[in-house]
Ligand binder design. Structure first.
Ligand code: CA
Length: 233
């Protein structure tokens, strides 16, 4: 199995070195840069699986760097922030990071969060001809294909991030049933990290907007206020 690669983008030397050390010890192939410009160049060159991205960079706003990486790459983005309060702000801005950690963070927690991202499939699994049909869920106008990790509305592919796909796949696997936000956190992010219920809400709202823009009317993602979400035909 190929080593999984992580790009660390952090301008503070001690933090960058700490992150590189703990991830390398965990068996990952780690590269590191200190600026936004280098980050974008490195993402193009080495196509990392996960980018650990500092919000406060000397040459660019980390949120802009995140957007640009998103536009060009399928990688996961775990954003590091200087203060816990920044996390809520960033989630509200819908920057599109897959996860957030505020400094100071526990190195062990950082490794765990990156490992969860690396366990989720980077690209679609090669389909087994006989089994293809079993992994495609069809619900009215919606198709969720777990082999190709594609979502189609009336046959047309909708461009989702991997986190958005995982959320929709979780809902589509149990149509009609209410999935609590905490359940989605555990299934999609594999964490109980407090404060990240808002992360579920932010990604869900992006997912809904994309599905609506693609013309989906049935099934619909319904919010069960204060509890969670369900997919209703
Ligand atoms: Ca910084």
């Amino acid at each position: 199995m190929a080593e999984q690669s992580v790009l660390v983008v952090e301008d503070t030397d001690e933090i960058r070195e700490l992150v590189v050390t703990v991830l390398t010890r965990a068996g990952m192939d780690v590269r590191a840069v200190a600026t936004g410009a280098e980050a974008i160049e490195e993402v193009r060159r080495s196509t990392p699986d996960v980018v650990v991205l500092d919000l406060g960079l000397p040459d660019a706003d980390g949120t802009e760097v995140c957007r640009q990486i998103r536009a060009e790459s399928e990688c996961y983005v775990l954003m590091l922030t200087a203060r816990a309060e920044e996390v809520d702000l960033l989630i509200g801005l819908a920057v599109g990071a897959d996860g957030y950690m505020s400094k100071p963070f526990s190195p062990r927690e950082l490794v765990a969060r990156v490992q969860v991202m690396l366990r989720r499939p980077r690209v679609a699994a090669a389909p087994e001809p006989a089994a293809v049909e079993e992994h495609v869920r069809r619900l009215a106008e919606l198709e969720v294909d777990e082999d190709s990790r594609e979502v189609r509305v009336d046959g047309a592919v909708v461009d989702l991030t991997r986190t958005e796909f995982d959320l929709l796949a979780a809902l589509a696997s149990r149509p009609g049933r209410v999935l609590q936000r905490e359940t989605l956190l555990r299934e999609v992010w594999q964490t109980d990290w407090e404060g990240s219920v808002r992360l579920v809400e932010a990604h869900m709202s992006n997912l809904r907007r994309k599905l609506q823009a693609a013309g989906l009317s049935t099934p619909e993602i319904k919010t069960v206020r204060g509890v969670g979400y369900r997919l209703v035909a």
